[in-house]
Write a protein that binds this ligand. Sequence first.
Ligand code: GLN
Length: 536
Amino acid sequence: MTKVKYIFVTGGVTSSLGKGIIAASLAKLLQARGYRVTIQKFDPYINVDPGTLNPYEHGECYVTEDGAETDLDLGHYERFLNVHTSQSNNVTTGRVYQTVIQNERKGEYLGKTVQVIPHITDEIKRRMLILGESGDYDIVITEIGGTVGDIESLPYVESMRQLIWELGESNSAVVHLTLVPYLRAAGELKTKPTQHSVKSLSELGIHPDVLVCRTEQPIGAEIKRKLALFCNVQLNSVIEAIDLSTIYEVPMAMLKEKLDKVVLTKLKLKAATEPDLKQWSEFLFRLEHPKSEVRIVLVGKYVELPDAYKSINEAFIHAGASNECDVKVDYIHSEYLNEENATAKLQGYAGILVAPGFGPRGIDGKLHAVRFARENNIPFFGICLGMQSCVIEFARNVVGLSDAHSSEMSENTKNPVIDLMEEQKKITNYGGTMRLGSYDCELEKGSKAAKAYGKTKIKERHRHRYEFNDVFKEQVQTAGMRITGTNPRTGLAEIVEIESHPWFVGVQFHPELKSTVENPHPLFVAFVNAALKTNQ
Ligand code: GLN
């Protein structure tokens, strides 16, 4: 077996430089050259996972096949690489400490004083190596969250330093992402922040092999030389990462800058063949040459922060390219949508999506959006709470159960059309206790869902506690809302549709999590297609 190679990606100067995208782009290039690559992210916060974080804090919580609630960067990894990630791909300080403390309680440290070094760093190193030991990958990319110099990321940087030493020459590479700001008043690009961040990294015992420089302006040969000289890296290892109009251009830009070649050389791996990026380029071409435009509105309550709906936005980009159209997504805050303004705010859109969410805030606005779409034959897509909303709205306004609700929103409703399952009622902890991860679903032949997927057996990812209540299924179905997707093991309703409507589909799962560049999600593709048709 060939030795697994490790690439570490660190960030300097400031956060939000796009380490996740750079890591995913590098991974894509290496994958396109035939290497089996995965990416993992180490986050320095103390939450055990981001599952309990408010979306305003940290954007969307991305769920993997095996039900891990993870950082949204894992979504980028999957969308770029088209391979699944898992619980092992996202580690937080909380999880590391949880393991160490559990070990301590079991007496595994044999009476020793438990310390950051070596116990926390050993646990971090163990986790850094897990994916590499699976035998499934040639290259493991590890993204270290936060910015070099932060107190909380110190144990990660120290673990990295030790591991680089233990792995030995040419088995690891360090890519440092940094900012080269442009000072408009001076008309100059500045290298000093990068020099400082490389210095901080050096003080911690790590010397970067490659500098990826985020910049608004092209970095000329002179600045590259200066960065190389003062940061002590080879000239060809200073990579320009200029702002681009879409994240999907980044792999191509990195290819031009030869980021993959520089890294492969450092790892002493062959770069004999050119990367096969045919599918990626075709996608990019369609993305950048749309033949039409379609306007869709997303109704949700976290709309102030588009990162809260990251995967949905990306799924629209994939589905738009696949339909050769530009999907323009507007956001409407469900809290401010009511009976009086619903028509004015929603008319003119070719499709309405009601987004996932938790808690009663904004639920009424979601119900108005569903009603508007249903009554006006506008293509409608409800995801998770969006699906639950369409069951509630239908039960109220079509079946005639005027107080129908979800027991999440109204604990004492007489008609809890959406309710907790028995096993959920016993749970008192919030973290990691929802219905999470991949579940089988069987589709009804001839349904809109079955047509979209082109098959009747699917698997989709879940993240919710509440379900369509069995007691009301018959009444709702008789009134014209069909259950077209069912969990074969539990009988739970996973998809509802209104047959007489041009395209009205609600799904209990999160299809957006499985949409990738190479496999746009069939339901998003079908929804955009239906919206395009109403457009004409
Ligand atoms: N709040 C709902 C539930 O827990 C829906 C969750 C979601 O939209 N992800 O069932």
